[in-house]
Design a protein around this ligand. Structure first.
Ligand SMILES: O=C1O[C@H](COP(=O)(O)O)[C@@H](O)[C@H](O)[C@H]1O
Length: 227
């Protein structure tokens, strides 16, 4: 059943302010009971303005284990690296680099094996593309049905993007759904139309990765959206 919480803002600034405060509250609650807390964040453009707000929150970032939800198969210092974006944005957190080995497949397996020690994640924030991909799970890519199967074991995989950089590392849906808190950050009218189509259960939307996220999550997904 879909239990999405839709948090709509008229401005991106207020949207990311609410999101950073909510994430900080979730992490503070976890740190009150545990020595460390875990956080998964998306890459791409949407979180860029979020990271400075998040870094300014009263969270002991040195006690946070951080990982991207997915990575582009590029060097760590490449401008397109999700790990690089998060490492620069939250430098005090321990940011796990998904590039664990020489090949994408070995890296995906080793990355997921390390993340399995963190389960369940204290917070998972996803982004989405205008094609309704989440993490690096793209519509129509090979292996997508298995990657979105809620009965599969949590795992890492090699994703194929429709544009460069083509080779990606991603967590599968069962791994992404291991959050005690799950959010989605999305900006703009195209993403809004995709979200509306998925929430309306339009048949055309049912094969989309976003559909699987919103309809297969055991927890309500908190969507933070602004134009
Ligand atoms: O390639 C990616 O795209 C999505 C969406 O990115 P955005 O630039 O539209 O915000 C992102 O969530 C994912 O982590 C990233 O690797």
């Amino acid at each position: 059943m879909n239990q999405t919480v839709f948090l709509q803002h008229s401005q991106r600034e207020t949207c990311i302010a609410q999101l950073s405060a909510d994430l900080a509250a979730q992490l503070q609650e976890a740190l009150a009971e545990q020595s460390r807390a875990s956080l998964l964040l998306p890459g791409g453009s949407s979180p860029q303005a979020l990271l400075p707000l998040l870094a300014a929150q009263p969270v002991e970032w040195s006690r946070i284990d951080l990982s991207p939800t997915d990575e582009r198969w590029v060097p760590a210092d490449d401008a397109q690296s999700n790990w690089g974006l998060l490492h620069r944005g939250l430098p005090q957190a321990a940011c796990l680099d998904p590039r664990q080995a020489a090949s994408p497949q070995q890296s995906a397996s080793a990355w997921a094996a390390q993340l399995s020690d963190w389960l369940p994640f204290d917070a998972v924030l996803l982004g989405m593309g205008e094609d309704a991909h989440i993490a690096s799970l793209f519509p129509s890519m090979p292996g997508l049905v298995a990657a979105l199967d809620p009965a599969a074991a949590p795992a890492g995989l090699v994703g194929i993007a429709p544009s460069e950089p083509y080779t990606r590392l991603s967590l599968n849906l069962p791994m992404l759904l291991q959050g005690k808190w799950i959010g989605l950050l999305a900006f703009g009218p195209v993403k809004r139309r995709m979200i509306d189509s998925v929430l309306a259960d339009e048949p055309v939307s049912r094969t989309l990765p976003l559909y699987a996220l919103l309809w297969r999550s055991p927890l309500p997904v908190r969507i933070y959206w602004a134009p």
